[in-house]
Design a protein. Structure first.
Lengths: 170, 466
């Protein structure tokens, strides 16, 4: 009877251990899933931190100077044109046009290659609170000519999801 | 026969007396540790909690018989079944236990004669009822087989007669080629104690005479005396006078230690009981069942232990893995929560501002003609182009540069042209551009047009450089 008792105890213990092994395996599966989630989320948080510091370093300062009003944006473009129209022989090629993100003014320029100072200044010319985009240029024997676009970014709240994915560093 | 075994008890019951030896065995020698002579009423108490019992008893119902088995029945199992059928046919009302031996001499060509020893199983079980734990019985037999086993061990002759006496019991065996061919148990009338010795001698003499007549073809040479008769000179001499057989005394001194000659004669049956071969045992089915049960339960216990150990191993492994994962989980959770508390989250509104600005910069400022100028910088460094045209069409930039340089010596023109071509090829490895060289060697003027093949190539090049 002692043997039978031991056999029963052994079998009961073996069954208990079997089910405990299954329980451990199921728990392992759940914990592994949870751990993967933590690792994924931690990675995401690290990316968010990286993006945040990148935004802080590269974008934040540019946003401070952006006009909140559409009219102010237009006036800034016109002011730039008026200021440099004579100096760089500027002519309006395409008057102010806009999209969701910015206001634009396309200007034609003609600068003599003989006036080195003017040429040098033109090439270094900045547009405060916006950007100067040389759309094209042509250098011939006497002149540098072409089109430039003044870009005045404008505070907008419209988001295009597809574009977000493209621009945010991964 | 003993195999691996601890010390054991050999027990023989003769009338109402029990002869017991506590034995050990080393190198085929039996060592008597203790010897006892007790009354049968004390036996149950004596064997309580004792293991390894070798028992011989005088069965109330036992008989010998010679049975012929057709020669066609050859297999041992078939012979056994046939014999069982024959015995059962003659004794339908008893449960039988039997053992069988082929007789040494066979006279029939069509049959084989077997000597069969039969006992009643119920009587046998009843005679062993002093043992509560049947699994402790290692061997059970009748007294005559105990005596036969001992005699076979002591006597070298092939044919002999063995006589054993104890008080009023006389046991006579006739043996041929170590097999029992005849046995008789005689209980002497004790009504007149003065004639007891003479009665014993007379009964023995008559039986010897019967054996001589019955087995004429067997040449018995030895008569082995054992038990109380071996110590009684009067009876021995009387028997010797009436027979031509060589008289000898069974004395197992060659393989038994720690027992004197006189004591050994009273303990011959328990000594013999410890020597009985399996084929001479009578083990009731219930004992075999208990043995099988014990064997199976022992195997099951071992198996269950193995299963338990295996499960312990797997379970421990699973626990260790679980424990590691749980610890890892705590570390990861704390790292995540720590990082979560440290990470600054932008509001949706603020994030929108950032994204819009980035999208705008990407859209309008990614492709600038300056990139193109940088692309052909190695050529421009050699000679400023007399004409340079660059266009941005929907973000894709194309260019055309015209180079013209005057030389005084052909050697310098040659070197310049070589270097120009080398630098052009280096650029061409990055982006496919085209050149058209129209050098005027008469006037020593180097002339070349460099321009994009297709506007899309520039775009590809820029992506590669980024």
């Amino acid at each position: 009877m002692v043997k039978i008792a031991f056999i029963i105890i052994n079998i009961v213990l073996a069954i208990f251990l079997y089910f405990s092994t299954i329980w451990f395996e199921e728990e392992d599966f759940q914990i592994e899933k949870l751990n993967e989630k933590y690792i994924k989320n931690t990675r995401k948080l690290k990316n968010i931190s990286k993006i945040d510091s990148w935004l802080h370093e590269n974008v934040k300062k540019n946003l401070k100077e952006l006009p909140k009003d559409s009219k102010v944006a237009d006036l800034k473009l016109i002011k730039f044109f008026d200021t440099y129209a004579k100096k760089y022989n500027l002519k309006v090629q395409k008057f102010i046009y806009k999209d969701d993100l910015a206001h634009f003014l396309m200007i034609k320029y003609v600068i003599s290659r003989k006036s080195y100072k003017v040429l040098n200044k033109f090439l270094k010319q900045e547009y405060k609170g916006g950007y100067v985009l040389l759309k094209n240029f042509k250098i011939d024997k006497s002149t540098l000519s072409g089109d430039l676009i003044l870009i005045q970014p404008f505070l907008s709240h419209i988001i295009k999801k597809k574009e977000i994915v493209d621009v945010v560093p991964q | 026969m003993w195999g691996f075994m601890a010390k054991f008890y050999s027990i023989s019951i003769v009338n109402n007396y029990v002869f017991i030896l506590h034995l050990d065995k080393k190198n085929d020698v039996l060592i008597v540790l203790e010897s006892f002579e007790i009354e049968i009423s004390e036996l149950a108490l004596f064997v309580k909690d004792k293991k390894n019992l070798y028992i011989s008893v005088a069965q109330a119902f036992e008989f010998s018989e010679n049975i012929k088995v057709p020669i066609a029945i050859a297999k041992s199992n078939n012979v056994k079944n046939y014999l069982f059928y024959k015995i059962k046919e003659a004794n339908p009302n008893i449960d039988i236990l039997f053992n069988f031996k082929k007789l040494p001499k066979q006279n029939d060509e069509e049959n084989i004669t077997y000597s069969v020893e039969v006992v009643d199983e119920k009587v046998c079980i009843a005679s062993l009822d002093f043992v509560k734990d049947l699994s402790s019985i290692k061997s059970a037999t009748t007294n005559k087989f105990a005596l036969l086993s001992l005699a076979n061990k002591c006597i070298d002759d092939d044919q002999y007669i063995c006589v054993y006496t104890n008080a009023t019991i006389v046991l006579i065996l006739a043996v041929e080629q170590k097999e029992l061919i005849f046995s008789r148990t005689i209980s002497i009338d004790t009504s007149n104690p003065q004639t007891l010795q003479m009665n014993i001698a007379e009964n023995i003499t008559q039986t010897l005479s019967y054996i001589g007549n019955q087995f004429r073809d067997v040449k018995f040479k030895t008569l082995a005396l054992s038990g109380s008769i071996a110590l009684d000179d009067v009876v021995s001499q009387h028997i010797a006078m009436l027979n031509n057989l060589n008289i000898s005394i069974l004395y197992p001194n060659s393989f038994v230690q720690n027992i004197n000659a006189e004591e050994s004669q009273s303990q011959l049956l328990p000594l013999g009981a410890s020597l009985v071969a399996k084929s001479n045992q009578f083990l009731p089915k219930i004992i075999l069942g208990v043995r099988q049960f014990n064997f199976v339960s022992a195997i099951s216990l071992v198996l269950s232990l193995v299963v338990l150990l295996v499960m312990c191993y797997f379970s421990l492994n699973a626990y260790n893995k679980y424990s590691d994962l749980a610890n890892k989980n705590k570390v990861l959770e704390s790292r995540y929560l720590n990082l979560l508390s440290q990470t600054k989250m932008l509001s949706q509104k603020e994030l929108t501002k950032y994204i819009n600005h980035i999208v705008m910069v990407k859209k309008y400022l990614q492709n600038t003609p300056i990139d193109t100028v940088l692309l052909v910088k190695p050529l421009i460094e050699m000679d400023k182009p007399i004409g340079f045209e660059c266009k941005n069409e929907d973000g894709v930039i194309s260019f055309k540069a015209i180079f013209e340089k005057h030389f005084k010596e052909l050697k310098n023109l040659y070197k310049f042209e070589k270097e120009f071509n080398k630098r052009f090829e280096e650029i061409n490895n990055i982006v496919k551009i085209e050149k058209k060289i129209t050098t005027d060697y008469k006037q020593l003027i180097f002339k070349a047009d460099v321009h994009t093949l297709k506007s899309s190539d520039i775009l590809k090049t820029r992506r590669r450089r980024q």
